[in-house]
Design a protein around this ligand. Sequence first.
Ligand SMILES: NC(=O)c1ccc[n+]([C@@H]2O[C@H](COP(=O)([O-])OP(=O)(O)OC[C@H]3O[C@@H](n4cnc5c(N)ncnc54)[C@H](O)[C@@H]3O)[C@@H](O)[C@H]2O)c1
Length: 260
Amino acid sequence: MQLQNRVAVVTGGGSGIGRAICRRFGAEGAQVAVLDRDLARAQETARLLDADGIKALALAADVSNAQAVTDALGRVLEKWDRVDILVNNAAISQGDDILTIDETTWDLNLNVVLKGVFLCAKAVLPGMIAQQRGTIINIASVNGLTGLSEEPYSAAKAGVINLTQNMAIKYGQHNVRVNVICPGTIQTPIWQNRVDKDPTVFAKLAKWYPLGRVGQPEDVANAAFFLASDQAAWITGAVLNVDGGLMAGRYGMGRELEGE
Ligand SMILES: NC(=O)c1ccc[n+]([C@@H]2O[C@H](COP(=O)([O-])OP(=O)(O)OC[C@H]3O[C@@H](n4cnc5c(N)ncnc54)[C@H](O)[C@@H]3O)[C@@H](O)[C@H]2O)c1
């Protein structure tokens, strides 16, 4: 139980990776605030935690709305007095080609993916600084590291990586650690539209991954748990790829050269 009595907030905790992180943290003894813009999803995660004997609080908030974030974090403080761990996981991805998307779509991606991290971090940092302890884990993406399409989402994720590094150097003096995870393809509901169009999409994508499969939400939750725990006490500003080796090189190109 390495997160005993820690208070964690997980945004986008109502689905996929966020839900897996809530369950992993809870299994390690954390009290978990499940924040999601979709209250029913947050409540379902909280119910799963409750069934496992984990203290949970479901909160409805849009991370791109400053007032909603302040109100939701206020409820966590009311109930548990502090926030020790924040996981900025909520995201959407809409549109790709910048020639076809409009300004509203651009703004929506940036507001949820990048501004959401800014607002949630800003809400918890004063408390973390006051208690001289805290950790923030941002969930970015391999899309923030290289060109993989979904331009507005990817540009925002690149921003999340840089914001992580800047927060790490600024708040390290207060024993606040800030790290970022860059997942590759993870089998979650965010892929549902693509799966509906092509049920073989994960099998096709698996070929790009040196480890021969796409990821599961638990692969990311395990990494988030490590970064949240005291095992990572001297790790801050790290960009941790959880991507089955995707970013290690050009696997397909290597195979081509080897005539496979
Ligand atoms: N699944 C992947 O292949 C993959 C790959 C790389 C990175 N990621 C990242 O992992 C994180 C989780 O993705 P997932 O695949 O679990 O997605 P998901 O769609 O299953 O879950 C995202 C959750 O975030 C919530 N959410 C969306 N917008 C919100 C907002 N404005 N305010 C509050 N909550 C909001 C949704 O309601 C949903 O419950 C995201 O940051 C995503 O970019 C996912």
